[in-house]
Write a protein that binds this ligand. Structure first.
Ligand code: IMP
Length: 423
């Protein structure tokens, strides 16, 4: 008997509503594992009247009884982790035995945040990072000077590694700030607690699958923010795409059965970099208001635009999607007309359906929009496709056609139950 392994991946610039989809899909799984990113993610889950915003701990933790893992591909912010841990406990979530962290995961340390902000402050071209230390933590990992969960086994060695890190960062920037040494002390204080949660995520997942358990691998950010496949350099520093899932938890890619791509019914982006389908100012503000489009991690306003089928099709291909989940359809409910970008026109007049590798050219393309009639009907109560207005169904059909991927889920509100499962 073998369980199933599903990857959930964002197909735009993050904030697609993966937290909600993980929450829905977690119902049928035993194990949820995050495979990349760190506390830059912000997964919002609504349960009843309660709202949970998680940055570091997988959002599957809200489901009683599920075990949640942080894979080796994650950069683990120990202070943030325990802040969320304590907040969850306070709100009555039972955590004992439910969390495991890969022994091979790299720690995101307090000096990484300082470095992230310092690098952004002096950059001539800013990425617009979340300031959570992600880039510097992954740089240390690739530079083979990172500190891993396994290093916590020897407190003396851990202390020495931290000291070395502080000295290195101190030599790179003018001021380390006042709070750093307290944060380092706190990190040392909490290190034994984190080490108690250390596990081999790959082995756990393999044993779980062999015993018939179902596994969900949870991505953060989105395809267009992938270090290799996104709009480089305006990307995050990890592989957000489905290929990163196998590496990021320590299993072989042949074990993955399904890849669910999450797309918002329109597009948003937070941070710098091109957004080809971006609205003009008035419509941008209107959509931000309708969709509540403010960053869950930084509170920054997200830029908004029409659904970009060029990007979604690219995401379908680069992730090998088996199905799509379309979220926030209800946000479009009041619009008399909706649009989908079906191709890009270059300044030279050529048309393309391929998402360009040259990010600078993305600034200059003009999306060709296909206009479709809106539905001007409240969809938040729909639970079956047949209950959606015909024009909403037509919009979804067009997304399916253009991405060449079947839609398996449509989300029509923030609550757990506000979802259509397409049969
Ligand atoms: P970093 O991951 O903090 O280094 O930020 C790099 C880029 O990714 C910036 O444009 C951020 O705004 C963006 N980013 C990082 N995490 C998220 C997320 O969870 N949602 C949306 N954008 C994100």
């Amino acid at each position: 008997m073998s369980g199933s392994c599903t990857v959930v991946v964002g197909c735009q610039w993050g904030d697609e509503g993966k937290g909600k989809m993980v929450d829905v899909l977690a119902e049928d799984v035993d194990l949820v594992a995050r495979y990349q990113g760190g506390a830059n993610a912000g997964h919002t889950v609504h349960v009843g009247e309660e709202e949970f915003v998680l940055h570091q701990i997988p959002s599957g933790i809200i489901h009683p009884g599920k075990r949640c893992l942080l894979g080796n591909g994650v950069v683990l912010d120990l202070l943030q982790f325990f802040e969320e841990y304590e907040e969850l406990e306070k709100r009555g979530v039972q955590l004992t035995g439910r969390l495991g962290v890969s022994q091979r995961a790299h720690l995101l340390l307090p000096y990484h945040r300082i470095l992230d902000r310092a690098i952004e402050a002096r950059a001539s071209e800013r990425i617009g990072t979340t300031g959570r230390g992600i880039g510097p933590a992954y740089e240390d990992k690739a530079g083979r000077r990172g500190v891993r969960v396994a290093d916590l086994a020897d407190p003396e060695r851990f202390r020495a590694l931290l000291q070395r890190g502080v000295e290195r960062v101190g030599s790179q920037i003018e001021s380390l700030g006042n709070g750093l040494f307290e944060a380092i002390d706190r990190t040392i204080e909490l290190s034994a607690r984190l080490h108690d949660l250390a596990t081999d995520t790959g082995s756990e997942i393999l044993d779980g699958l062999a015993a018939g358990k179902n596994v969900l691998l949870e991505g953060a950010q989105g395809t267009a923010l992938d270090l290799d496949h996104g709009t480089y350099p305006f990307v995050t520093s990890s592989n957000t795409t489905a290929g990163g899932a196998a590496i990021g938890v320590g299993i072989g890619p042949t074990l993955i059965d399904r890849v669910v791509g999450v797309v918002k019914a329109y597009t948003t982006r937070v941070g710098n970099g091109p957004l080809p389908t971006g609205f003009d100012r008035e419509m941008d503000e209107r959509m931000r208001e309708l969709g509540g489009e403010f960053g869950a991690t930084t509170g920054r306003p997200r830029r908004c635009g029409w659904f970009d089928a060029v990007l979604a099709r690219y995401a379908a291909r680069v992730n090998g999607l088996t199905e799509l989940a379309v979220t926030k359809l209800d946000v479009l409910d009041t619009l008399p007309e909706v649009a989908i970008a079906v191709e890009y026109r270059t300044p030279e007049g050529a048309s393309t359906r391929e998402f360009p590798a040259d990010t600078r050219s993305l600034d200059r393309v003009e999306p060709r929009l296909e206009m479709l009639p809106g539905w001007e009907t409240d969809t938040t109560g729909a639970r079956r496709m047949e209950e959606l207005p015909a024009n909403a169904r037509r919009y979804l059909d067009r997304i399916e056609e253009l991405t060449e991927t079947p839609i398996a889920w449509v989300s029509v509100g923030t609550r757990r139950g506000q979802i259509i499962k397409v049969t």
